[in-house]
Design a protein around this ligand. Structure first.
Ligand code: SF4
Length: 299
């Protein structure tokens, strides 16, 4: 890996407590209280001189060109491609995490290189000149919003170049962050991990906050929204839970798209079996009773 110079942009700073007190991060519902130079639970944000900043700003672990359907987005410019980018860190601890090698680690546990916003947009424009199917940038792979300032800065530049911005997120973030990002996002896929408060507590999240995120993005006039539910055996795999989830989504937006996807063994759930295909199909049928656009994934 080439030498990387840490980058701490002034605009990434969030006003917080006095330097002598732990600074509180207001980015997600964990509200980490961080003493001097400490990292938050996401391993991506750090206290620095009394403010909490995205320490992973511009630190890219993954960069690839993906079909838009892989995000997954089924009803947003099908057949096109996006430059997909990820860093490291996540505010949740799902033991089944499919991207744990970058999402559940910090800066010293994964290789990264610096790609600042202007460079990222230049790469996307160059790819668009080469391939007309290329439409924009997807912020994905790890949890992008633990570094929401980088998403904001890239998305603003991308928008100015006529590129589209795609966000793939767990949605467990404070409203002030979402209101800053939402006007810049053309399409989002929010991972609704369960429809049960206890499951969200188990992974360090907050179901109500994710529901507020989905409602906010569904109401955003320029943002196309789709939702994904990964069916994990023994966690969220009952028809009753899917019925409640689908009914709530239909009440938010009767035209919303839901992806019902199949778990494959990963990270701390490496010893579990993949979800039974017939069960995934059954749960998708339950969702179709109230939702018109239900897709299967990872089958
Ligand atoms: S974004 Fe990170 S540092 Fe901030 S509250 Fe959430 S887990 Fe803690």
């Amino acid at each position: 890996m080439s030498e990387v110079i840490p980058f701490r942009p002034k605009h990434a700073r969030v006003p917080s407590a006095a330097p002598s007190e732990p600074a509180t991060c207001e980015t997600c519902p964990r509200h980490c209280a961080l003493p001097e130079d400490a990292l938050g639970a996401c391993r991506a944000r750090r206290e620095h001189e009394g403010v909490v900043m995205d320490d992973n700003y511009g630190r890219v672990t993954s960069l690839a060109i993906d079909p838009i359907e892989k995000k997954p987005l089924a009803r947003f410019h099908p057949g096109t491609r996006v430059l997909s980018i990820g860093s490291y860190g996540c505010n949740l601890r799902c033991p089944w995490c499919q991207n744990h090698s970058i999402a559940q680690v910090g800066e010293h546990d994964v290789a990264w290189r610096e790609v600042l916003p202007a460079e990222l947009v230049r790469l996307a424009c160059a790819e668009r000149a080469r391939d007309p199917r290329m439409i924009g940038i997807a912020f994905t792979y790890n949890e992008p919003l633990v570094g929401w300032e980088y998403v904001r800065d890239c998305a603003e530049l991308a928008m100015a170049e006529g590129l589209l911005n795609v966000l793939v997120s767990n949605g467990c973030f404070e409203e002030r962050v979402l209101r800053e990002i939402a006007p810049l996002i053309d399409a989002a896929n929010i991972d609704l991990k369960a429809f049960d408060e206890e499951t969200y507590r188990f992974i360090g999240g907050d179901l109500d906050q994710v529901k507020r995120t989905i409602a906010l993005l569904a109401a955003a006039p320029l943002c196309h929204l789709e939702v994904t539910c990964l069916i994990v055996p023994g966690v969220n795999d009952t028809p009753e839970e899917m019925k409640r989830l689908a009914r709530w989504l239909a009440a938010v937006d009767e035209d919303i798209t839901l992806h019902v996807t199949r778990f494959h063994p990963a990270w701390r759930f490496s010893d579990r079996n993949p979800t039974d295909r017939a069960l995934v199909r059954e749960l998708a049928e339950v969702a179709r009773e109230v939702l018109p656009h239900v897709y299967l994934g990872n089958m």
